[in-house]
Design a protein around this ligand. Structure first.
Ligand SMILES: Nc1ncnc2c1ncn2[C@@H]1O[C@H](COP(=O)(O)OP(=O)(O)O)[C@@H](O)[C@H]1O
Ligand SMILES: [Mg+2]
Length: 384
């Protein structure tokens, strides 16, 4: 055995299979025999790896007949082993609609880009259908390599997550609606019952005061004091009723309600405000108007609590079939961490309210400083 063979063995051991042409005929045979052995062993290893794989793997001729297939591929499609499918066409493994989809959409992509990934319906040996993920590659000589995986479970899980997300959104929406109804009821009861009782009381006390004997100064002073207390209580009741359910939202519409809210807030805090409304003539609907109003309330409360702003500007307009609201303050400006934080319950609440109407809220540091809250809500139902 010459040096050439031992070199070939070294190459075999190191896994490389490069050979060199030699003039010595006997040695060449020895070398090529050893090389064939090495290459064979590499192939065997590759085959063993493919057989052990959990994903299905197959090699197909350009016209779609199986040349090779691992056990997993056959099992995924409900066959006992590859022997049942070798030589047969992949068309056995999918329903007609999928085959049409292959011809129409997949083949052109394969021809153009050499690769296609996707999920389709597979047909098992017993005729049952399942979801299969395919990764298909076209080799230079036109042969096709196909890797497949049963994705029924992951698709089911995905759709369950999607369903439960949709259920949660409906629930949140319902909770908001219930809360608004409750607020409206409480507001009415406070306003009507307490308000009317206090109004009656005020009339009675005033009547009594008028009829006090003229010399009873102390009684008259007490009665005057009682009247002032009753008036304060009435103001309080009206404020409370308004806070629970702004009457102006139903009666005067969103823009007037926003103005009334900011006017009250401005009186209490000194915050200057402007409203630029261009929504006259649009029918917003009570749900959307309420959502926008509550979002404004949260944004404005945040401004008084966190922004140290002097001014707030609110713009309301309709564009491309969407109601837009822009609330901009000239304060410190919100930080990215605060925007991203999961603890930002108020910000999350704004987003949920908007989403319940198919809309969107973004909060950002405004270009010229301060914070901007942007809302958009489609005016047409989104179909969701
Ligand atoms: N207009 C604003 N200007 C400055 N910081 C703000 C503004 N709005 C919100 N923030 C910041 O974002 C945080 C989250 O807001 P929010 O979710 O409403 O929570 P909360 O008002 O209960 O603190 C606030 O704590 C505050 O730090
Ligand atoms: Mg808040």
């Amino acid at each position: 055995m010459g040096w050439k063979l031992s070199r070939a063995r070294r190459e075999e051991a190191s896994g490389t299979a490069a050979g060199t042409a030699e003039s010595d005929a006997g040695s060449i045979e020895e070398v090529s025999g050893a090389l064939r052995g090495a290459i064979g062993r590499v192939h065997l290893k590759q085959l063993a790896a493919m057989e052990a794989a959990m994903d299905g793997m197959a090699l197909l001729t350009p016209d779609g007949a199986f040349v090779y297939m691992n056990g997993a591929h056959a099992r995924i499609y409900g066959y006992e082993g590859p022997a049942e499918l070798i030589g047969k066409t992949f068309r056995l493994l999918h329903p007609p609609a999928v085959l049409e989809h292959f011809e129409r959409d997949v083949m052109p992509v394969l021809a153009d880009q050499g690769h296609w990934n996707g999920e389709v319906i597979g047909l098992r040996a017993d005729g049952s259908e399942f979801d299969v993920g395919l990764s298909v590659t076209r080799l230079d000589d036109g042969d096709i390599v196909c890797i497949c995986r049963d994705v029924t479970d992951s698709l089911e899980m995905e759709s369950e997550v999607h369903d439960s997300h949709a259920r949660l959104e409906r629930l949140t929406d319902r909770l908001h609606a219930i809360r608004e109804e409750e607020r409206a009821t409480i507001s009415r009861e406070i306003h009507d019952q307490l308000g009317q009782t206090l109004t009656g009381l005020r009339l009675d006390v005033a009547w009594l005061k008028d009829r006090l004997p003229p010399e009873e100064d102390e009684l008259e002073e007490r009665a005057g004091h009682a009247l002032r207390l009753i008036s304060d209580a009435l103001d309080g009741v009206r404020d409370l009723a308004k806070r629970f359910r702004p009457a102006s939202l139903d009666d005067l519409g969103l823009e007037a309600a926003v103005e009334a809210y900011l006017r009250d807030l401005g009186k209490m805090t000194g915050l200057e405000w402007t409203v630029d409304g261009q929504i006259d003539g649009y029918h917003l609907g009570s749900r959307r108007a309420t959502a926008a109003y509550r979002i404004l309330q949260e944004a404005a409360t945040n401004i008084t609590r966190h922004a140290r702003a002097a001014r707030v500007h609110v713009r309301l307009w309709v564009e491309d079939g969407e109601l837009h609201m822009h609330v901009h303050d000239d304060g410190l400006g919100i930080t990215d961490e605060q925007i991203e934080s999961r603890d930002s319950v108020g910000l999350t609440g704004m987003q949920e309210r908007a989403r319940a109407c198919g809309g969107l809220v973004t909060v950002e540091r405004a270009d010229g400083g301060g914070t901007a809250v942007n809302l958009s809500i489609p005016l047409e139902p989104t179909g969701a």
